[in-house]
Every structure is written in C-alpha cells, then in structure tokens.
Design a protein around this ligand. Structure first.
Ligand SMILES: [Ca+2]
Ligand SMILES: [Ca+2]
Length: 93
C-alpha cells in the first residue's frame, strides 16, 4: 500500500517535471525578448541587437542571421543564444 502511494507520488512529481520542461521549452522558443525587440515587430534588427549587445559586429550579425534577411527572428535568436554567438568575446562568460 505504501509502495503504491509512493509510486503515485513519484508519478505526480514526474508530471510536474514534464510540465515544467514543456513550459521552459515554450519559453525558450520565444527567445526574442522585449528588451531586444524594442519596436515590437517580433524581429531584432542590427540596431536593436546592438543596443543589447554593444560588442556586436557586422560579421557576428551575419553569422546569426542564417537566412540572410537582415533581421533576427525567434529561431535565429534561439540558435545564437544556444551556440553562444551572442557571448561577449571579451568578458568570456
Ligand atoms: Ca524589432
Ligand atoms: Ca534572419
């Protein structure tokens, strides 16, 4: 009986964990923050990105802008954050 209750308790914990994971995935899919996208069009231009990342160079921007449309969308932003393409090379954090 105790084992059964323990199992139920674990299952509930797992469900909570999965829910938390789903939430965090959903959140990371929306990598574009309002801090970056100041005009709210859902894309980060070079100027917008440079306000948040002052060390950003043209070549860094082109690396991040994988589809070459001159704007960074959610997906490109998420990839850049994942790869550390937006990390400041001088602070090394
Ligand atoms: Ca924008
Ligand atoms: Ca792009």
């Amino acid at each position: 009986m105790m084992d059964c209750l323990t199992l139920i308790g674990k299952t509930v914990k797992n469900v909570t964990l999965v829910a938390a994971l789903v939430t965090s995935v959903a959140f990371s899919a929306n990598a574009m923050s309002a801090d970056t996208d100041t005009d709210g069009d859902g894309m980060a231009s070079f100027a917008e990105l440079q306000l948040v990342y002052p060390f950003l160079t043209d070549s860094m921007f082109m690396d991040i802008d994988t589809n070459g449309d001159g704007l960074i969308n959610d997906e490109e932003m998420a990839i850049a954050l994942e790869l550390g393409n937006l990390a400041n090379p001088e602070t090394d954090t």
